[in-house]
Write a protein that binds this ligand. Structure first.
Ligand code: HSE
Length: 313
C-alpha cells in the first residue's frame, strides 16, 4: 500500500464585500489527510475519520468527493483509503470542508504523480464544497491550497486564482462561537441571501472589494480594512443567524480592531488588526460579546498561512 499525506489550513472567505471571490488562509488550525492506494482494487473509496461529526460516506464528505472526481477523471481503478485528521471545527465558517478537500487534492496529486497545475488543483478541491454548501465555491479551497490572500475569477470561460502575499503586520482574531449549527449550514446561510440587489449596492461592494485588493497589493492593512467595512449586501442578510453579532462587532472595534466581519458563512466572526498589540484584548472583547447572549466561544489570534503542504510519512 502506497500513501501520501498533506495538511491544509483553515481559512476565511468573503472578507466583507468579496462574497465567493476572496479567501485568506489562516495559520490557526489545519486538517491532515492521508490518501492510500490499495492495488489491485475495485475503485472503492473508504474514509476513516477522526471526527465523528463528519460524514464518512463518500458523497457527503468533502475529501471523498475530491478523490472520487480525480479517480474518475484519471481513470484510476485502484481502491483508495482516505484517513482524515480534523483540526478545523466543522460548520463554523473557517473553511473546514475546504481544508479537508484541499489536503485530499494535494495528497492524491502527489500519490499518483499527476502533476496537476495549481489552478486545476483548486478546481478539484472545490468539488468537495458540494458536500457542505450544495454547490461549488472556490474562495476557501483556493486560499487553503495556495495560501495567503486569493482572488478568484469565477467566470465560466476560464477560472483564475490570483494569490497576493498579505502584509506581514496583518493580524487576525477569529472567534468561534459554541453554537449548534444546522446540518449543511453553508447551504442554509446561502439561502438567506438576496437573489437580486440594487445596482447602487453592487457598486458599493465592488468599490469595497477593489479597495481590499488595492490594500493587499500595497501591503497596507488600513486600506484592506477600510474595504472590508464596505459590504452592504451579505452581512446585513446573514447577521440574524449569529446571536450577539452586533455586540461582538462593536466590542472588537472598541478594543482596537480595524475591521470586523463574518468569517465565511459564519457563525464565526473575524477581526483584522495591524500588529498583535491589541489582539488579546480584541479576542476577549469579542468573546464577551458572545457571552452577553449566553454563548461560549473559542478565540484564535493568528496570521496568514502559507497554504497546504505535503507531509513526510
Ligand atoms: N463564500 C462562501 C459563503 C463561503 O459565504 O457562503 C462559505 O464558507
Amino acid at each position: 500500500m502506497k500513501s501520501c499525506s498533506a495538511a491544509a489550513p483553515c481559512s476565511t472567505a468573503n472578507l466583507g464585500p468579496g462574497y465567493d471571490v476572496f479567501g485568506l488562509a489562516l495559520d490557526a488550525l489545519e486538517d491532515k489527510v492521508k490518501v492510500s492506494r490499495i492495488y489491485p482494487g475495485v475503485g472503492r473509496i473508504t474514509i476513516k475519520n477522526s471526527d465523528q461529526a463528519i460524514p464518512s460516506m463518500v458523497e457527503s464528505n468533502s475529501a471523498g468527493l475530491v478523490v472520487k472526481k480525480m479517480m474518475q477523471d484519471f481513470e484510476i481503478s485502484d481502491s483508495t483509503e482516505i484517513e482524515i485528521t480534523k483540526g478545523v471545527p466543522t460548520g463554523y465558517g473557517v473553511g473546514s470542508s475546504a481544508a479537508s478537500a484541499a489536503a485530499a487534492a494535494m495528497a492524491f496529486n502527489a500519490l499518483y504523480d499527476l502533476k496537476i497545475d495549481r489552478n486545476r488543483l483548486v478546481e478539484y478541491a472545490a468539488e468537495g464544497e458540494v458536500a457542505s454548501a450544495g454547490t461549488k465555491h472556490y474562495d476557501n479551497v483556493s486560499a487553503s491550497l495556495l495560501g495567503g490572500f486569493v482572488i478568484c475569477r469565477i467566470a465560466s470561460d476560464r477560472l483564475q486564482f490570483t494569490r497576493l502575499e498579505p502584509p506581514k503586520d496583518l493580524v487576525l482574531v477569529v472567534v468561534v462561537p459554541c453554537l449548534e449549527v444546522p446540518k449543511k449550514k453553508t447551504e442554509v446561510a446561502r439561502s438567506v441571501l438576496p437573489k437580486m440587489v440594487p445596482l447602487k449596492d453592487v457598486v458599493h461592494n465592488i468599490s469595497g472589494a477593489a479597495t481590499i485588493v488595492a490594500g493587499f497589493a500595497l501591503k497596507d492593512v488600513e486600506t484592506i480594512t477600510r474595504g472590508i467595512d464596505d459590504d452592504v449586501i451579505i452581512e446585513s442578510a446573514r447577521k440574524h443567524l449569529i446571536p450577539g453579532y452586533d455586540s461582538v462587532k462593536q466590542n472588537a472595534i472598541s478594543a482596537g480592531a480595524l475591521a470586523v466581519t463574518i468569517s465565511g458563512a459564519g457563525p464565526s466572526m473575524i477581526a483584522f488588526l495591524k500588529t498583535n498589540k491589541n489582539a488579546k484584548m480584541v479576542a476577549a472583547a469579542m468573546a464577551k460579546g458572545f457571552k452577553e447572549t449566553g454563548v461560549e466561544s473559542r478565540t484564535f489570534v493568528c496570521r496568514a498561512s502559507k497554504g497546504a503542504r505535503l507531509l513526510a510519512l
